[in-house]
Design a protein. Sequence first.
Length: 483
Amino acid sequence: MDLILQKYEVVIGLEVHAQLNTLTKMWCNCEILKSAYENTKICQVCTAQPGALPVLNKQAVQLAVLTGLAHGATIHEQSSFDRKNYFYPDLPKGFQITQFYRPICTDGALEIELKSGEKKLIAINRIQMEEDTGKSTHFGDYSLINLNRCGVPLIEIITGPDMRSAEEATTYLKNLHANLVFLEVCKGNLQDGNFRCDVNLSLRPLGSTKFGVRTEVKNLNSFKHVEQAIHYEIQRQGALLMAGEAVEQQTLLFDAEKLVTKVLRSKSNADDYRYFPEPDLPQIKLPAALIKQWEKLIPELPMAKKSRFVRDYQLPVYDASLLCDEKELSVYYEQCVTLYPNGAKKIANWILSELLHYLHEGHLTIEKSPITVQAMGELITLIDEGVISGKMAKEIFPMMFDEKKMPKNIVEEKGLVQSNDGDKIVEILKELIALHPKEVEELKGGRDRVLGFFVGQVMKKMQGKANPQLTTDLLKKLLELPT
Ligand SMILES: [Zn+2]
């Protein structure tokens, strides 16, 4: 790999197909329902019965426009649909309706930030609307076709050849994915094929401005597979070029088990799809006022939210990124902070360590969290007011999670209230000081670690209920140490 990268530059462009989050299909009223039985969400239009005519879904247009606006694209007041002609059994019309000549959005961009801190702008050349095909499932000597997906609205988001490594490509994809989910344009479930990616990759000698021959790896539906496919293609193409052989222009599929690409078809220069304007659909005309109105629907996007969390809540960048990874998680966090404004950092810690850990173990999403925003706020309040220690809170947490109880109730039931009885603590400390002169000397000599020994002993005598901070303060006072 290193040898290849010393001689060649990697050039990557990406095409993402995102399924639009609409209730019904692109040209008919058939419901989009993942769990539906095969061939039950179909009608004359999406099965291409003779004479059936398409009617455009307005919601799909709105979602495409929101995507364009969120990425600074030009939204065209006029755009139109075209037919891409080819035969495949899961495409009953014999053509796919797409936007070839006049897409709805062009010239957008997305900024990515790499691990090194370097920022880079990736051009989004076009966003076009199109329909999905049905699905073929192949068995031994026969195949079954399910047309439920036929006519489901998609947008295809096409970048320029701007990326130079797997890291740049996957960072772009993760950011784009997060944006689409925050915009509620796409559900973004990768395993359901809501967000699929084609990788175009070529190599060229370092310093060259001419592009090399590229291959296209189709239909990747995981960020990991994108990374693996890119690494494989760099090595495969690099080995060919180093041996003086030519790279062939091909369409490839990635085998996720063997981690190799396989040839799907070899391309002569352009597949001939005989694109022509779709005669059954009028042009889309978007009044500028409508675009302006839709623009107001754009929420705060993850990158902006992350920066705001760092600025407003003084969170480390890493914590803010984790919280903004998922829209619902960021909402949960902010609701907690609203309820308990002084605990921004502590709440982040409890969510990122304890809560996510238990959610993960229970295979739950944050929306299904048994610990409500109110319960989380109450827990932080109890710690802050000194009613319970952090250690006690960790013991209570699984009970809150499993039994969906409020922390105050658990504290009362279990008699877990932390003792702030200074007199009692002083009494125990005095006994301990008398019993452990050696440790006292060490502490006076500056060995702060011995503090833990005394606090631990007090805890033991008080069944873990002593307030550790109060104990430490009282001990220092008794020994006349600086606090
Ligand atoms: Zn239909």
